[in-house]
Design a protein around this ligand. Structure first.
Ligand SMILES: Cc1cc2nc3c(=O)[nH]c(=O)nc-3n(C[C@H](O)[C@H](O)[C@H](O)COP(=O)(O)O)c2cc1C
Length: 184
Protein backbone atom coordinates (compact mmCIF):
# COMPACT_ATOMS: atom_id res chain seq x y z
CA UNK A 1 0.00 0.00 0.00
CA UNK A 2 1.18 3.51 -0.72
CA UNK A 3 -0.41 5.57 2.04
CA UNK A 4 -3.67 7.30 1.22
CA UNK A 5 -3.06 7.67 -2.51
CA UNK A 6 -5.50 5.10 -3.84
CA UNK A 7 -4.62 5.72 -7.48
CA UNK A 8 -1.05 4.62 -6.82
CA UNK A 9 -2.35 1.59 -4.91
CA UNK A 10 -4.56 0.58 -7.81
CA UNK A 11 -1.67 0.91 -10.26
CA UNK A 12 0.50 -1.35 -8.09
CA UNK A 13 -2.24 -3.87 -7.30
CA UNK A 14 -3.53 -4.43 -10.85
CA UNK A 15 -2.63 -7.71 -12.48
CA UNK A 16 -3.97 -9.66 -15.46
CA UNK A 17 -6.84 -11.88 -14.30
CA UNK A 18 -7.73 -14.79 -16.57
CA UNK A 19 -10.86 -16.22 -14.88
CA UNK A 20 -14.16 -14.47 -14.15
CA UNK A 21 -17.41 -15.18 -12.34
CA UNK A 22 -20.73 -15.07 -14.22
CA UNK A 23 -21.78 -11.92 -12.37
CA UNK A 24 -22.75 -9.21 -14.83
CA UNK A 25 -21.59 -5.63 -14.32
CA UNK A 26 -24.34 -3.26 -13.26
CA UNK A 27 -25.44 -0.53 -15.69
CA UNK A 28 -23.87 2.00 -13.27
CA UNK A 29 -20.53 0.16 -13.39
CA UNK A 30 -20.57 0.04 -17.18
CA UNK A 31 -21.42 3.75 -17.26
CA UNK A 32 -18.47 4.59 -14.99
CA UNK A 33 -16.14 2.66 -17.29
CA UNK A 34 -17.53 4.51 -20.32
CA UNK A 35 -16.92 7.84 -18.62
CA UNK A 36 -13.40 6.76 -17.65
CA UNK A 37 -12.38 5.83 -21.19
CA UNK A 38 -13.92 9.00 -22.63
CA UNK A 39 -11.67 10.96 -20.25
CA UNK A 40 -8.49 9.40 -21.72
CA UNK A 41 -6.34 11.90 -23.61
CA UNK A 42 -5.73 11.55 -27.35
CA UNK A 43 -3.09 13.16 -29.56
CA UNK A 44 -4.15 16.70 -30.52
CA UNK A 45 -7.47 15.88 -28.86
CA UNK A 46 -8.59 14.25 -32.10
CA UNK A 47 -10.59 11.58 -30.20
CA UNK A 48 -10.40 9.15 -33.12
CA UNK A 49 -10.73 5.97 -31.08
CA UNK A 50 -13.95 3.96 -31.05
CA UNK A 51 -14.87 1.89 -27.98
CA UNK A 52 -17.11 -1.15 -28.50
CA UNK A 53 -18.59 -2.15 -25.14
CA UNK A 54 -19.66 -5.77 -25.62
CA UNK A 55 -21.80 -7.68 -23.13
CA UNK A 56 -23.53 -9.72 -25.84
CA UNK A 57 -22.21 -13.28 -25.36
CA UNK A 58 -22.99 -14.22 -28.99
CA UNK A 59 -20.62 -11.52 -30.23
CA UNK A 60 -17.91 -12.63 -27.81
CA UNK A 61 -18.35 -16.22 -29.06
CA UNK A 62 -18.03 -15.02 -32.65
CA UNK A 63 -14.77 -13.22 -31.80
CA UNK A 64 -13.45 -16.34 -30.04
CA UNK A 65 -14.33 -18.44 -33.09
CA UNK A 66 -12.14 -16.38 -35.40
CA UNK A 67 -9.30 -16.06 -32.84
CA UNK A 68 -9.16 -19.83 -32.31
CA UNK A 69 -9.34 -20.32 -36.10
CA UNK A 70 -6.18 -18.28 -36.65
CA UNK A 71 -4.12 -18.77 -33.47
CA UNK A 72 -1.11 -21.08 -33.63
CA UNK A 73 -0.65 -24.43 -31.88
CA UNK A 74 1.53 -22.86 -29.19
CA UNK A 75 -1.23 -20.41 -28.27
CA UNK A 76 -3.81 -23.21 -28.21
CA UNK A 77 -1.55 -25.04 -25.74
CA UNK A 78 -1.27 -21.89 -23.58
CA UNK A 79 -5.08 -21.61 -23.53
CA UNK A 80 -5.43 -25.29 -22.62
CA UNK A 81 -2.99 -24.73 -19.74
CA UNK A 82 -5.06 -21.75 -18.63
CA UNK A 83 -8.12 -24.04 -18.83
CA UNK A 84 -9.97 -21.43 -20.81
CA UNK A 85 -12.12 -22.02 -23.86
CA UNK A 86 -12.26 -18.27 -24.41
CA UNK A 87 -9.67 -15.61 -25.08
CA UNK A 88 -11.91 -13.37 -22.94
CA UNK A 89 -11.83 -15.79 -19.99
CA UNK A 90 -15.58 -15.57 -19.30
CA UNK A 91 -15.54 -11.85 -18.47
CA UNK A 92 -19.00 -10.24 -18.70
CA UNK A 93 -17.67 -7.12 -20.43
CA UNK A 94 -15.25 -6.86 -23.34
CA UNK A 95 -14.17 -3.48 -24.68
CA UNK A 96 -12.62 -3.43 -28.15
CA UNK A 97 -10.76 -0.26 -29.04
CA UNK A 98 -10.46 0.50 -32.74
CA UNK A 99 -9.49 3.46 -34.87
CA UNK A 100 -8.84 4.67 -38.35
CA UNK A 101 -5.21 4.10 -39.21
CA UNK A 102 -3.63 7.33 -38.03
CA UNK A 103 -0.07 7.54 -36.71
CA UNK A 104 -1.23 8.12 -33.12
CA UNK A 105 -3.98 5.47 -32.93
CA UNK A 106 -1.96 2.80 -31.11
CA UNK A 107 -0.53 5.24 -28.59
CA UNK A 108 -3.97 6.66 -27.91
CA UNK A 109 -5.37 3.14 -27.59
CA UNK A 110 -2.64 2.11 -25.13
CA UNK A 111 -3.46 5.06 -22.90
CA UNK A 112 -7.19 4.33 -23.17
CA UNK A 113 -6.87 0.65 -22.34
CA UNK A 114 -4.73 1.26 -19.26
CA UNK A 115 -7.19 3.96 -18.19
CA UNK A 116 -9.89 1.27 -18.30
CA UNK A 117 -7.68 -1.21 -16.43
CA UNK A 118 -7.02 1.24 -13.59
CA UNK A 119 -10.64 2.40 -13.50
CA UNK A 120 -11.75 -1.25 -13.21
CA UNK A 121 -9.22 -1.84 -10.42
CA UNK A 122 -10.49 1.25 -8.59
CA UNK A 123 -14.05 -0.14 -8.85
CA UNK A 124 -13.03 -3.45 -7.26
CA UNK A 125 -13.17 -5.22 -10.63
CA UNK A 126 -10.49 -7.22 -12.44
CA UNK A 127 -9.27 -7.00 -16.01
CA UNK A 128 -6.89 -8.33 -18.63
CA UNK A 129 -5.64 -6.38 -21.62
CA UNK A 130 -5.95 -8.41 -24.84
CA UNK A 131 -4.00 -8.23 -28.07
CA UNK A 132 -5.04 -11.64 -29.40
CA UNK A 133 -8.50 -10.48 -30.58
CA UNK A 134 -6.70 -8.78 -33.47
CA UNK A 135 -7.02 -12.16 -35.22
CA UNK A 136 -10.80 -11.67 -35.40
CA UNK A 137 -10.46 -8.52 -37.50
CA UNK A 138 -8.18 -9.52 -40.36
CA UNK A 139 -9.38 -7.48 -43.36
CA UNK A 140 -8.62 -10.40 -45.74
CA UNK A 141 -10.71 -12.89 -43.72
CA UNK A 142 -14.19 -13.15 -45.32
CA UNK A 143 -15.55 -14.26 -41.92
CA UNK A 144 -13.95 -11.49 -39.87
CA UNK A 145 -15.89 -9.72 -37.13
CA UNK A 146 -15.52 -6.19 -38.42
CA UNK A 147 -19.18 -5.66 -39.37
CA UNK A 148 -20.25 -7.32 -36.12
CA UNK A 149 -18.83 -4.27 -34.34
CA UNK A 150 -19.89 -1.76 -36.97
CA UNK A 151 -16.31 -1.01 -37.98
CA UNK A 152 -15.93 1.37 -40.89
CA UNK A 153 -13.91 0.33 -43.93
CA UNK A 154 -10.65 2.02 -42.89
CA UNK A 155 -11.02 1.25 -39.19
CA UNK A 156 -8.81 -1.36 -37.55
CA UNK A 157 -8.49 -3.20 -34.24
CA UNK A 158 -6.04 -1.59 -31.79
CA UNK A 159 -6.45 -3.42 -28.46
CA UNK A 160 -9.12 -4.94 -26.22
CA UNK A 161 -9.73 -5.50 -22.53
CA UNK A 162 -11.89 -7.98 -20.61
CA UNK A 163 -13.39 -6.68 -17.38
CA UNK A 164 -15.40 -8.39 -14.65
CA UNK A 165 -15.43 -9.94 -11.21
CA UNK A 166 -12.27 -12.00 -10.92
CA UNK A 167 -12.56 -15.70 -10.09
CA UNK A 168 -8.82 -16.07 -9.55
CA UNK A 169 -5.96 -14.11 -8.09
CA UNK A 170 -2.56 -13.37 -9.53
CA UNK A 171 0.35 -11.46 -8.08
CA UNK A 172 1.33 -8.37 -10.04
CA UNK A 173 4.41 -8.97 -12.20
CA UNK A 174 7.87 -8.47 -10.64
CA UNK A 175 9.35 -5.01 -11.19
CA UNK A 176 12.69 -4.55 -12.95
CA UNK A 177 14.11 -1.38 -11.39
CA UNK A 178 17.19 -1.71 -13.63
CA UNK A 179 14.99 -0.69 -16.56
CA UNK A 180 14.97 2.84 -15.22
CA UNK A 181 17.81 5.04 -16.51
CA UNK A 182 18.78 7.83 -14.16
CA UNK A 183 20.23 11.12 -15.29
CA UNK A 184 20.72 13.13 -12.08
C1 LIG B 1 -0.53 -4.97 -25.36
C2 LIG B 1 -0.87 -6.16 -24.50
C3 LIG B 1 -1.47 -7.27 -25.07
C4 LIG B 1 -1.83 -8.37 -24.27
N1 LIG B 1 -2.51 -9.42 -24.84
C5 LIG B 1 -2.90 -10.45 -24.05
C6 LIG B 1 -3.72 -11.49 -24.60
O1 LIG B 1 -4.09 -11.49 -25.77
N2 LIG B 1 -4.10 -12.49 -23.76
C7 LIG B 1 -3.75 -12.51 -22.43
O2 LIG B 1 -4.14 -13.44 -21.74
N3 LIG B 1 -2.99 -11.55 -21.89
C8 LIG B 1 -2.58 -10.50 -22.65
N4 LIG B 1 -1.87 -9.46 -22.11
C9 LIG B 1 -1.54 -9.48 -20.68
C10 LIG B 1 -0.03 -9.65 -20.43
O3 LIG B 1 0.31 -11.00 -20.69
C11 LIG B 1 0.27 -9.23 -18.99
O4 LIG B 1 0.00 -7.86 -18.85
C12 LIG B 1 1.72 -9.49 -18.62
O5 LIG B 1 1.97 -10.87 -18.57
C13 LIG B 1 2.09 -8.89 -17.26
O6 LIG B 1 1.25 -9.40 -16.26
P1 LIG B 1 0.34 -8.47 -15.36
O7 LIG B 1 -0.61 -7.73 -16.26
O8 LIG B 1 -0.39 -9.39 -14.44
O9 LIG B 1 1.23 -7.50 -14.65
C14 LIG B 1 -1.53 -8.36 -22.88
C15 LIG B 1 -0.93 -7.22 -22.31
C16 LIG B 1 -0.62 -6.13 -23.10
C17 LIG B 1 -0.01 -4.91 -22.44
Amino acid sequence: MTGSNFTLDHIQERSSIRAYTDKALSPAEVERLKQAVLAAPTARNRQELRYSFITDKKRVEALDGRIFHFCDVEMKEVMAKRQSGSFFYGAPLVVVISAKDTSWADLDAGIAVQTLAIAAQAMGLSSVILGMPRLAFKPDDPENCRTLLGMEEDERFCIAIAIGHGAAEKEPHAHKPEHIRLFD
